[in-house]
Ligand binder design. Sequence first.
Ligand SMILES: Nc1ncnc2c1ncn2[C@@H]1O[C@H](COP(=O)(O)OP(=O)(O)OP(=O)(O)O)[C@@H](O)[C@H]1O
Length: 594
Amino acid sequence: MSSILESAKGIIKEAREFAYLGKYPEAIMKFKSQIDTLSQQLPKNQGDQLLYQEWSKLVNDLKEELDLTQILFDFTKGNPNSQQQPSPQKPKVVQECPEFHEDNRQPRLPFNQIPFQHHQRENTSPRSKANQFQISPPKQKPQDPDEIFFGGLRGGNDGKKPNSNNNNNNNNNGNNINQNSSNYFYNNNNNNNNNNYNKRPTNNNPPAKDPDVWDPPSKKADKPKQSQKDQKSNNIFKAQAQQPQQKNNQRREYDKPWKNNAVGEKKPVEGQRKTFHDHVYPDGRGPDSDLIQMIEREVLDLTPNVSFEQIAELELAKDTLQEAVLLPIFMPQIFTGIRRPCKGVLLFGPPGTGKTMLAKAVATTGKTTFFNVSACTLASKWKGESEKLVRLLFEMAKFYAPSTIFFDEIDALGSKRGDNDGDSARKVKTQMLIEMDGVSGAASSGEERKTVMCLAATNRPWDLDEALIRRLERRIYIPLPSDTGRKLLFEINLNSLKLSPNINWDQLVKKCEGYSGADIANVCREASMLPMRRKLKEEGGFQKLQQKYEDISNVVDVPLEQKDFDEALKIVNKSVSTEYLKEYENWMKDFGAG
Ligand SMILES: Nc1ncnc2c1ncn2[C@@H]1O[C@H](COP(=O)(O)OP(=O)(O)OP(=O)(O)O)[C@@H](O)[C@H]1O
C-alpha cells in the first residue's frame, strides 16, 4: 500500500507544480484524480491504523489544496464573485515539498512585477539580543528614525511602521494575498490569525498594500539622511550664529552671597583683619590654599577662654609660664639678649592634670593667637605634606603674632629619631626643629618682633627626641593634684551647684587620692546627676513630674549630699597608674627645667 501512497505523492507534486506555474486547470485535474484514487483505496486499509491515518490526512490535505487552487483559478479568470474563501489553515505545500522553496521561482515573473521585498532577517548580533531586553522610552514622532525611514522610503502604509501583527510575523510577506496569484504559494509561514485573507482586491477597491513591500524611493528619501546628532549640533551652531554676542553682553550681575565664603571670591571686609590666606594669596587662590584653610579651620582657636583662676593648684607651673611666656609678650623690649624669651615650654605629667588648660590660659591671658595643634592631625591627615604643614603653621603664627602654638601629645610627632622612622616623620621633625629656631631667631634679631611661643605637652617625655627637648627650654612637671589641689578642684567644679552642708570634704579629698583633675571633674559630674535621678524616680518619672509642676527644673535641682559623692566614687575610678608617677619624677630630676 505504501507504494500506492508514494506514487500518489509523485502525482500530487506534479499537481502542485502546475499550480505554482499558474496552470490551475491541470493542477485541479491532477488533484481531483488523486483524491478519487486515494479515496477509493482508503476503506480497504483500515486494518493498518498508522497507514490509514496518513492516508486520510493526505486526502483531506489534497481537498484543501484543491479548494485553494480552485479559488486562485477563479480569481485569475476575473471572477471576484466567487463565494469560496481560502481556508486560513496553513497549506502543507512547503512542509511536504521543501524543494518548492528553492528560489528559482523569481525569474518566472516579469521583472517589473517582482515585489521589492524588505526581508527583515532575524538579527542575531549580540547587541540586538541585548536590546531585546531593553524597554526604550516612547519616541517623539519626528525624532523616530524608523518613522522617517518608513515614511520616506516605504511610501505605503502612510509612513507608519507595519502593525504589530506583521512585526510578530517577522514581516513575512505572505500575510496578504498578492495580486500575483502565484505568490499565494509563497505564504508558507502564514499565520492562522491573519485577517488579511478577507481583504481580497476587488475591481472597485485598490489592492491592499503590503507594508513590507516598498514603493519606489520618493524624492524626499533620496536626500542623504541626517543623523539626529548632526541635526542637533547644526541647530546649536545656527542658534549661536543668530546670537553671537548675547552671552558676553548679558553677563548676569547680581549678588552671589553663597560665594562670599568661597576661596577666590572672598573680599576682605573693611575693618576686619586680613587673614593669612588673603595675605599670601591676594588673588584668592594659591597652591597651598587647602593646607592654609585646614589650619585656619581646625588648628586656629580664636577663643580659648581659660583663665589661670580656673586652674586648681599648679602654682609653680603658672609662675613659670607667666615668666617664660607672658612677660616677654607684654615687655618685649626687656627680654632681649641673654634675657631673650625661651624657644619653647614643655608641660609633662600624667593625663588629665591640666596641661592643655594651662596652655589655653597662657593664650587667653597674653591675648595671643592660639594654635592648638594635635600632633596626630599633622602626622596622619596630610600624609606627605606634614612638613609643609609645619612650615605653614609657623608662618601663620608669625603673621598672627603674638601667637602661642600648643603641640598636644608632642611625643607622637617628636619622638626620638631612629632607623625605623619613615621619610615623612623624619622630615617633619627636622622641619619642626628648624621652625622653632626660626621663631626665637626673629625675636632676638633687630627686626620687627614676632613673638611666637611654642608650648608642648606630653604624657611620655622620655620618648621625646633630644634635639626637641633642648629647644623646649623650660620643662615643667604637671603632677597629680595634692590634697589642697583636689579640694580646690571640687570647689571649682561644684561652684554652680547646690550642696548639702553635711558633706565631709576632708574625707572626700582623702578618698580621691591618686585622682587627676580630670578624674575629679568626672566624680563631680556623676555626683551631680544622682540627686536628680533620685528625685525623678520618687516622683514617678519625667512625664508625671512635668504634668505636676509647671517648672520642673527647680524641683529636680536637689542639693548634693555625701551619699552622692560616695556613690560617684564607686563608679569613677582613677585613671592614672601609680607606676608612671615615679618615672615622671625621675625624668624631672634628669631633664626638668621649671
Ligand atoms: N588643675 C586643674 N584645674 C582645673 N581643672 C582641671 C585641672 N586639671 C584637670 N582639670 C580638668 O580636667 C580636664 C582635662 O584637663 P586637660 O585637658 O588640661 O588635661 P591634660 O593634662 O591636657 O590631659 P592630657 O594629657 O590627657 O591631654 C579639664 O577640662 C578640667 O575639667
